[in-house]
Design a protein around this ligand. Structure first.
Ligand code: FMN
Ligand code: SF4
Ligand code: SF4
Length: 258
């Protein structure tokens, strides 16, 4: 069984590719939200996978919440637990955060891998989506790396520190910048819609993975305060009518692949 969260489809692509590589297309996969029930963890369960993107050098808030809601480990035999973290560049200390969250529930994480994919973060100055050639390069590298990951998971091998890419100054990113990022930038108060461009199509309402958008009386989106900042609404709007704060104007969208 695999639990995952995805904003624009990067992490979902990894889930699908992994299933294909392992010839396990029938395996159950669940997209998590704030209400996803706990997984049923019986002694027969030999393996659980989690695939999450990295947001602000840590887990998306919804993934953090999901792990916090896991039942404590009372199994005689622990299943093999693997976590794949997708990122645009580097993960800081997200792997350490993951291990700590699981350990608080009595679960040992056997393997953590990070996979670099196209960047989806565009809300601050200097952050832009990847040019097509860079996205292509990242995709090719990701597939090669995922083939190795797949074999390692198949063999229930543990991972090592070399299997994740923390980048430069990981502690500063995860323990100093991340709390600021979460406090000031991981919420939906700065979303706004360009009323002239919006055609009230309702797509943003339908596709928000957390059901955090509703349409007002004339069909314009309103954000409801339960956002994990996946930016799916920004990237998926067919009229590019959604902005976040002051710095997204003129930024490109990625194609949302669900
Ligand atoms: C809010 C937000 C924060 C992000 N923070 C990071 C980060 O700290 N490090 C990084 O390498 N990529 C970061 N990214 C890029 C994503 O991790 C990357 O593009 C990921 O594969 C997106 O997967 P998804 O489409 O499944 O959400 C961020 C993206 C978003 C939307
Ligand atoms: S997806 Fe874009 S155009 Fe459609 S309702 Fe939302 S903001 Fe308006
Ligand atoms: S409101 Fe937008 S950014 Fe927030 S969770 Fe929904 S789709 Fe993602």
């Amino acid at each position: 069984m695999i639990y995952y969260f995805t904003g624009t489809g990067n992490s979902l692509a990894i889930v699908r590719q992994l299933q294909k590589l392992r010839n396990k297309q029938e395996e159950g996969v669940t997209a998590i939200d704030y209400t996803t029930p706990y997984p049923r963890l019986t002694d027969e369960c030999t393996e659980i996978g989690f695939v999450f993107p990295v947001y602000g050098w840590g887990l998306p808030l919804v993934a953090e919440d999901f792990i916090r809601r896991l039942p404590g480990n009372t199994n005689k035999r622990s299943p093999y637990i693997y976590v794949i973290l997708t990122c645009g560049d580097d993960i800081g200390c997200t792997d350490k955060q993951v291990r700590k969250l699981f350990a608080e529930k009595g679960w040992n994480v056997n393997a953590i891998f990070s996979v670099q994919m196209r960047n989806t973060y565009i809300c601050l100055p200097g952050f832009q989506t990847d040019p097509a050639n860079l996205e292509q390069q990242k995709n090719e590298k990701a597939l090669t790396w995922l083939r190795q990951i797949s074999q390692r998971i198949e063999a229930h091998e543990p991972s090592s520190n070399n299997d994740v890419h923390p980048g430069a100054f990981p502690r500063m990113k995860s323990y100093v910048l991340r709390p600021l990022f979460n406090k000031f930038l991981i919420h939906d108060r700065h979303f706004k819609v360009n009323a002239k461009a919006c055609i009230a199509c309702g797509k943003c309402v339908r596709i928000c993975p957390l059901h955090n958008i509703q349409a007002d009386a004339i069909g314009m989106p309103q954000w409801l305060g339960q956002c994990t900042h996946c930016l799916r609404c920004f990237h998926a709007c067919p009229k590019h009518a959604i902005e976040y704060g002051l710095f997204t104007q003129g930024k490109s969208q990625v194609k949302v692949k669900l």
